[in-house]
Design a binder for this molecule. Sequence first.
Ligand SMILES: *[C@@H]1O[C@H](CO)[C@@H](O)[C@H](O)[C@H]1NC(C)=O
Length: 138
Amino acid sequence: MTKWEVYVVVIFLFVHLAASRVESIFGEGRTVKITNKLGGGLKLTLHCKSKDDDLGVQTLAPDSSWSFKFKPAFFGTTLFFCNFNWGGESHWFDIYDDDRDRVSDNQCYLCSWNINRSYPCRFDESTNRFDLCYDWNK
Ligand SMILES: *[C@@H]1O[C@H](CO)[C@@H](O)[C@H](O)[C@H]1NC(C)=O
């Protein structure tokens, strides 16, 4: 590469990084996707809410998904929590939490979750697996 080509690449990378920084500061839209991975032919009933929004009750057949979009609050923090029900079990989980999903190194724009009988697991772009697993809320 010539010196000028190196300059162009460096400037391009710099502008690109700056733009993605600005996007994450101003909080563009995010999507949460939830997939029923309970197995055993179980249906998953879920009900997600935030402080201000009630996203209603959804019923997911095995292996099917539902998603919602939102813009994280510019000031303050955004939190969506869901109740998950199947075969007599009921669990709560914070499906989107700015502290976990936006501020950390592991932030997601498409936050994709598999729900199985042990726990919710988020897709990890660095491993390409659903291996970011968390306990249900206490
Ligand atoms: C749920 O998914 C996690 C991550 O893939 C896995 O380690 C765990 O064994 C699964 N549990 C069940 C009951 O399938």
